[in-house]
Design a protein around this ligand. Structure first.
Ligand code: HEM
Length: 189
């Protein structure tokens, strides 16, 4: 009996996201301990630059640039997105004055989640479901029985596919909100 998608794929995915939030809380805590809270404000700049750098992969994927191995660039995209988000989270800290940059952070976090879903869950889950179907067919199960057996896995997979569809539009929302925040900061510097 195969372990369900939930245990095999969703939990490792959740741990990856939790590591980002955990690292942000830890970094913020250390900055407070070391009396370096001011540094957090400046982390917005490298955070933004690193996230911009991560878009090299998006340019490669859409063939706007031709050089670089797509696989390596994807890894680069993931690492930059993780590190950049970490710096931005620490930058936002626990200060609440303005709503707009916080909306940008919410968009960023949902974006990170949708990216992780694409990475961790979709491909492997699709493969797992089709190999599961094949196995059940070989065991002589009818189509109806197979549908029933994989019902919850198929629902989980459908939900994950929805998530992926939000990755690009959300990046756009995130970029616009961030840009408004950055422009207003520089106007009033
Ligand atoms: C060049 C990049 C950036 C610069 C120079 C910058 C600068 C700043 C500064 C100076 C503040 C303090 C404002 C205040 O205390 O009133 C601030 C706050 C903040 N920034 Fe940024 N930022 C940048 C990028 C970003 C990005 C990309 C995000 C989100 C995705 C972001 C989210 C926030 C949040 C949540 C706060 C706290 C707002 C609050 O106090 O309620 N920043 N930023």
């Amino acid at each position: 009996m195969e372990r369900s998608l939930l245990i095999k794929e969703v939990i490792p995915f959740f741990l990856m996201f939790a590591s980002l939030i955990g690292a942000a809380i830890l970094t913020d805590f250390l900055l407070h301990q070391l009396q370096l809270i001011w540094l957090g404000r400046y982390l917005g700049i490298p955070g933004t630059l690193i996230i911009i750098l991560s878009f090299l992969y998006s340019l490669r994927k859409r063939k706007i640039i031709q050089t670089g191995s797509p696989k390596k660039l994807l890894q680069f995209h993931e690492s930059c997105a993780w590190l950049g988000s970490l710096l931005i989270l620490v930058h936002g800290g626990i200060h609440f004055n303005a709503i707009l940059p916080w909306l940008a952070i919410v968009a960023m976090l949902i974006d990170v989640i949708s990216g992780l879903i694409g990475k961790y869950l979709l491909k492997r889950s699709q493969k797992q479901i089709s190999s599961q179907k094949k196995k059940l067919m070989e065991q002589g199960m009818s189509n109806d029985e197979i549908e029933k057996a994989i019902f919850w896995d198929a629902i989980t997979l459908d939900l994950m596919k929805q998530w992926r569809a939000v990755h690009f539009p959300l990046t756009f929302v995130f970029a616009v909100l961030s840009l408004i925040h950055i422009v207003s900061i520089f106007l009033f510097w």
